[in-house]
Design a protein around this ligand. Structure first.
Ligand code: HDD
Length: 698
């Protein structure tokens, strides 16, 4: 029960408050406590919170705000086609197993049942349109097999308007209400549709279906269904058989007349939806036979049309139907939005034993349906919606994204990994034996070009170029690389990973591997096995930064340190030299305000403590003895020079800096520690020969 305080019980509120809201009856029977989305019990769902009985509504009313907010966002984009539909749960039962043709588990045993969710739909009309226009009907079945979901997304007609998915947007634009006037709704009888199809002769066959009585079904229960495309069945041995899928209603195939359809749309726009609901509610569960037309490559070649052309059917007289199962729809969804609206059918959902062909209409669909769910359902995690989830276990390394509902544990969100060696949960793994493998094809006929998930052998050499890269570096760069490996691997806590990495490095360069092992104080393991022999390729100077020579000053930033009393002329000269060489001077001083100098005043661009020398490509200075003495006691100033020195940068010095700061720091003149006069020529270079003196490298 919700907790109530004395006040919430109404002791201070007007006695008539709830009675007014509820039309005089305050009794509400049963049900759990009404709460907010976050579980807070609600005391009054009839009245908003007001400042006084007739006063303004208060922003503070979180229940009101949450309720209206949620309501405002209840609608999601309707399906671009097949927007109006009705679905039901049920099961598929295998009546004639076909292990010789397919390894699909749902066809493996007689009597085996697989849960399904089936959605019937019109195509052109919006969600709120009528049920009985002249139109194709969708017949989409989601099989929740024990090896994942198989979605057979078909229609009640065996062929289609177009042969290639690239024409689908044009077809749909043409049949939908016309762009400038937004009518007619749910109708093909208008200019743009007939304009388009009259220009697309491939649609003629489908037009004969659309103008036939098949386009006016009496009931969803009396509709046939077709997978339309030629698919493949693939057996355990990897042999493929072409297949067309058929649903045959046990209720018989029945249509209305056009006049009936017109009148029904006025009398009961929900005619088909209601019919399905009523049948299921009263236990008169509709049933369909599931049949296949299975045929081989020779049969396909013998036909006077291409089996990859979705505008053609294969007459049953040529390839007869074999009934292999039945479908029963026996449960109406609990909630229309949660299930029928949110169900996402994906022709790419196939299971081991069922595969695609090169039908270009089918191939385009394999992209489109996945893509559309993101815009319809708003997230890549739409598969977590209960109606879309497989009923078998599923696990992968897809992570995060909007509205993520899963809470995966551990850090195994990638593979391969060896986290199990550290006692951690390693995550799911591929299964080369039982996992889905695409039918490979022979490469001999145009339907079966060879499809492989492989890396060519010519990609197998993983080390030769790594060896070349290392060999191409100068010794200081090699030291940087070795030190970088040491640093990174010393952060790796999993010892077996460090060892494995060392064994890989042996294939690059024995010396490198040894230096890294020494840096980690670890023994050198055996070299990792290399798939292809590692070659000693010629070193390339282009792979070394240092070998490219000193960079130009253009685009570089030079820090120039000064202080009160500095010589303005010397500073101006330094700045001008940097600018003339294409660089940018940045004046740094202990204080940023106007400082009195010898020969003028000057403001600094940056304060010393906030402008460390790491921000600059080179540094210089113009300081008088008194200031240099003072700065020699300032950590920021000392660090400024020490870092520049340690980072092998050019340091231009004036006599006072040398005497009171550089000497104190033990910074000796070298190719880059030079008097200001020489500074502009040398400035952009790094002086790597200095580095081993100031840092221990691996
Ligand atoms: Fe489609 C929905 C059937 C060609 C793109 N299609 C949709 C539905 C059915 C079909 C039954 C409704 C599924 C449901 O109830 O949620 N579509 C077909 C058939 C086709 C066909 C039998 C040809 C043999 N469709 C087709 C092509 C494309 C699409 C060539 C795009 C290139 N179809 C879509 C879509 C829809 C869709 C835009 C809208 C909503 C959805 O997918 O989930 O992606």
């Amino acid at each position: 029960m919700p907790k109530t305080t004395k006040q919430a019980k109404g002791s201070k509120a007007p006695a008539s408050r709830n009675t007014i809201g509820k039309g005089g009856d305050t009794h509400q029977a049963g049900g759990p406590p009404l709460t907010t989305n976050f579980g807070v019990p609600i005391s009054d769902n009839q009245n908003s919170l007001k400042a006084g009985a007739r006063g303004p509504v208060l922003l503070e009313d979180f229940h009101l705000r949450e309720k209206i907010f949620h309501f405002d966002h209840e609608r999601i984009p309707e399906r671009i086609v097949h927007a109006r539909g009705s679905g039901a749960h049920g099961f598929f039962e295998c009546t004639d197993p076909i292990p010789d043709l397919s390894r699909a588990s749902l066809f493996a045993e007689k009597g085996k049942r697989t849960p399904v969710f089936t959605r019937f739909s019109t195509v052109a009309g919006s969600k709120g349109s009528k049920d009985t226009p002249r139109d194709v009907r969708g017949f989409a079945v989601k099989f929740y097999t024990d090896e994942g979901n198989w979605d057979l997304v078909g229609n009640n007609m065996p062929v289609f308007f177009i042969q290639d998915a690239i024409k689908f947007p044009d077809l749909v634009h043409a049949v939908k209400p016309e762009a400038d006037r937004m009518f007619p709704q749910a109708a093909s009888a208008h200019d743009t549709f007939w304009d388009f199809v009259s220009l697309m002769p491939e649609s003629t066959h489908m037009l004969t279906w659309l103008m036939s009585d098949f386009a006016l079904p009496r009931s969803f229960r009396t509709m046939q269904g077709f997978g339309v495309h030629t698919f493949r069945l693939v057996n355990e041995a990897g042999e493929s058989t072409f297949v067309k899928f058929h649903w045959r209603p046990r209720q018989g195939t029945q249509s209305t007349t056009w006049d009936e359809a017109v009148k029904i749309s006025g009398a009961d726009p929900d005619f088909l939806r209601r019919d399905l609901w009523e049948a299921i509610q009263k236990g008169d569960f509709p049933e369909w036979d599931f049949a296949i037309q299975a045929f081989d490559l020779d049969t396909a070649r013998s036909l006077p049309f291409d089996v990859l052309d979705a505008s053609k059917l294969i007459p049953e007289e040529i390839v007869p139907l074999r009934v292999i199962g039945r479908m029963v729809l026996d449960r109406w969804p609990d909630n229309f939005f949660a299930e029928t609206e949110q169900v996402a059918f994906l022709p790419h959902n196939v299971v081991p034993g069922i595969d695609f062909t090169n039908d270009p209409l089918l191939q385009g669909r394999l992209f489109s349906y996945l893509d559309t769910q993101k815009s319809r359902l708003g997230t890549t995690n739409f598969f977590q919606i209960p109606v879309n989830q497989p009923k078998c276990p599923f696990a992968n390394l897809n992570r995060d994204g909007t509205m993520q509902m899963a809470v995966p544990k551990g850090r195994a969100n990638y593979e391969p990994n060896s986290l199990d060696q550290a006692g951690e949960e390693p995550g799911p793994r591929e299964d080369p034996v039982n996992g889905f493998t695409s039918f490979r094809g022979s490469g001999e006929d145009n339907d079966a070009s060879e499809k492989l998930r492989v890396r060519p052998e010519s990609f197998a050499d993983h080390f030769s170029q790594a060896r070349m890269m290392f060999a191409s570096q100068t010794s200081i760069e090699q030291a940087h690389m070795a030190s970088a490996f040491v640093f990174e691997l010393s952060k790796v806590e999993l010892e077996h990973v460090r060892t494995r990495m060392l064994s890989q490095l042996r294939n690059v360069d024995e010396g490198l591997a040894k230096r890294v092992a020494d840096g980690l104080a670890m023994p050198l393991p055996k070299a990792a096995a290399a798939v292809a022999p590692t070659l000693d390729l010629d070193a390339s100077d282009k792979l070394s930064i240092v070998k490219q020579g000193d960079p130009p000053m253009k685009g570089r930033k030079v820090g120039i340190l000064f202080d009160e009393g500095s010589d303005k002329a010397a500073l101006d000269k330094l700045g001008k030299a940097v600018i003339d060489a294409g660089g940018t001077p940045f004046f740094v001083a202990p204080k940023v305000g106007e400082l009195k100098l010898k020969g003028g005043t000057m403001k600094a661009d940056g304060q010393l403590a906030g402008s460390p020398s790491v921000l600059f490509d080179a540094v210089a200075c113009a300081i008088m003895p008194d200031q240099a003495k003072k700065l020699s006691t300032d950590g920021a100033a000392l660090q400024w020079f020490m870092d520049a020195h340690g980072h092998a940068k050019t340091i231009g010095y004036c006599p006072a800096t040398k005497e009171f700061i550089l000497d104190k720091l033990g910074i000796e003149p070298d190719s880059g520690v030079i008097p200001n006069a020489e500074f502009p020529n040398v400035a952009p270079a790094r002086h790597w020969e200095r580095e081993p003196k100031v840092r221990m490298l691996a």
